[in-house]
Write a protein of this length. Sequence first.
Lengths: 310, 252, 333
Amino acid sequence: MFRIFLPLSLLLALLSISSILIGSHALHFDAKSLDIILISRVPRTLALILTGISLSVAGVIMQQLARNKFVEPSTTGTVESATLGMLVMLIFFPAASVFYKLLVACISAVIGTALFLLILRRVPLRSGFLVPLVGIMYAGVLGAIITFIAYKYDLLQSIWVWIQGDFSMVLRGRYELLWLAAGLSFIAYFSADKLTLAGLGKQVSINLGLNYSVVFVWGLIIVSLITGVTVVNSGVIPFLGLVVPNIVSLLVGDNLRRSLPLIAMSGALLVLFCDILARTINFPYEIPIATVMGIIGSFIFLFLLLRRAS
Amino acid sequence: MIQTRNLSLYYAKNPILTDIDLSFRSSGVTSIIGPNGAGKSSLLSLVCRLQAPTSGDVTLNGESIHKLDNLQLAKKLAILRQENHIVSRLSVADLVCFGRFPYHQGRPAKEDLEQIDWAISLLELNEFKNRYISELSGGQRQRAFIAMVLAQQTDYLFLDEPLNNLDMKHSVNVMKTLRKAADEMQKSVVLVMHDINFAASYSDEIIAMKAGQIVHQKSPEDLMHDDILSDIYDMPLKVENVQGKRMCLYYL
Amino acid sequence: MPKKIIMSIYYSITALRKRLTPACRLLLAAVCALLVVIVFMSINVKASWEFTLTFRGKKLITFLLVAFCISTATLLFQSLSNNRIITPAIMGFDSLYILVQTSLVYVLGSMQYTALNSYLKWVIEISILVIAASYLFQWLFIKKHYNLYLLILIGVVCGVFFHSISALMMRMLDPTEFSVLQDSLFASFNAAQSELLIVSIVALSAIGIFLYRYHHYFDVLALGKPMATNLGVNHSAMTRVCIIVITTLIGLSTALVGPVTFFGLLVVNVAYIVCGSHYHRYLIPMSILCAIILLVGGDVLLQHVLGYDTKLSIIIEFIGGVFFICLILRKKI
């Protein structure tokens, strides 16, 4: 395991440095450049790494809860639920502090995801591909509700722009919440074994003495909190939580105690890579990372689906 | 006559059927028996072109079935599978009418209606004629499907475990009906049976399969012997003579 | 007292349901649709009759075309897949449509794009859409053990893929080119372009003839692949043709009014309930009529009774979406 970590850490360092160096303002050895680095570049890089870590971990936990390899917060309605909560806050309590916005977003994420998992129980699973399909349709329904409400209050354009993952506005003092999300991912590591077991199903877990419901709810809360924080802070990056855990699973299997650190690391790398790409394709203009990730993520997702099919 | 030549079926690398060379007689009742996983249902699917084989060929009167026109084939052979899950709400009459589809293509004529009535009476379904199949018991539903496949009036009938869900009275009646169809209408009825005694009592010929291959193709008198049956089913079996018929009592 | 009234209404409805044949119900639905259309055209006329008739007439034709497209596409798709919960509209057709539009502007440049003959433009766009979507399906059909849900999931993911590529291209366009694109993309029930309406009417007439000729086969297809093959129907050929028809219908609907995902589900499930028969010769017309009643009636309700300014498509999606969740929670798939 350590053998993989060493080159990956080097890669991480390399990408982080590139991320700090790339930007529309050319860097020189002066005070202004130092300011830019400290206020914009380093926070941005940190935000990217933290988001990458937390969204991938949220993805793999979601997969254990739903017992399906093709789910993640953006295909289970979690993201949309958090957005709905945030929308309600924006409309009715626009002056509320970020903390309250975050709280409501997280609570609605919990409710929305719980509803999805409830729906899953009613769906007789004739095919493993039906779960993500139901999830995507459910997310679409919530999206329709969001569109409906946002249109009435003339917030339609704002809300969809807000949600799209975009790190160009990250500044020192505006991203710190993401440390919370990453912290949750670290906490998840300590329950890794329990989460792996829960992923085997209720019967198996109970038979092995695990308190299934507690672990289930615990996993649900972690996923919702991470999603809430990400949505409020920097927007959503589609398919990240899906492709990273799947690829890592192909390489080292599904024992979370072994794979979780690798998932976190790979998530950070992928996000950094995509953001650098997003900044350089149309230099000096920036493309939102969600767009780049959308292309790369869906491409990898398709590859995984087809691989599973044959 | 339906023949198979070097018929093989593989799923990934797993062999389901290996080099099957078989001839199905053009009239009479043939039973296919064998333990679970012997490949009986797969064989039926391949012969009735529901699935394509990995290698080998199935011919009807010398011509490969995959080259023949599908519609004409539907008038020559019919299959009833083990699992029949239908989402639409259809009545028994509707279902049996679908059995005539190769002939009427959606517009049933007088002859079709007569055939439908005949099939429904034969399977004693007259009182359920207008009930939805989802509202019937398992046995009644099974008989409706058998009526449907009979109404298709084909030379060859392939039925996969037709006696599933049927009680004793209806099992015997269905076997007698199929025997009558073979004798009076010169049909060739091929049945996959899990009950060796029904197979032996009503068939002209029995084909025994094991692990994807044909191990025996004999008349019931020649097949119903201790050593042969024990070998096929991998368990000690004894054949008794009951009222002049050979029976295998395997319950204990 | 109220309970008695409710019970008696319930019993009379149940008794009525048994007496009404599917043909009767169809007639009833047609009458309702006609009434709704008349109300739509004549209610609350504030401007001159000439203007109103042209304006509302065009809107009505759009409604009728979209009703036909979405209800038929969803119905066929559900029969093909033996599943009542799926709709073809989630398969990223709208994203493909946007991608085709965006690529055309990107490749041709705004000058050449606007200079294209409108009929030609629509025919090209719809054709590219149908061919691309059909290839997607056909390629997956060649795999021997295809799983329908996988096919749909791939369609959905492709949708995200196309959407992201379009977003990328849009970012790379300069502002004038982007505004040309935006004009093309902006679609609503009020603003359908005449050329597209005519192309749609022609295409839908051809499809209508196809439906009339082959509706018996859809019944057989709904029995499942093994049964259909047993009855002599060429399942793969029939499915391929149906897929092309479905993609054309969805493509036209998207070009006319933009993506409408859950409306088809709502309409088709209502049709299953009120139709009284599962034969396509009744189901297809019934779902079209239900769609017309819901769309036109919904618009009348929205504009004149409730006085809202909301876009009809948004409300339809909202209601259809909620209905979808109830459907899953109540029934099995």
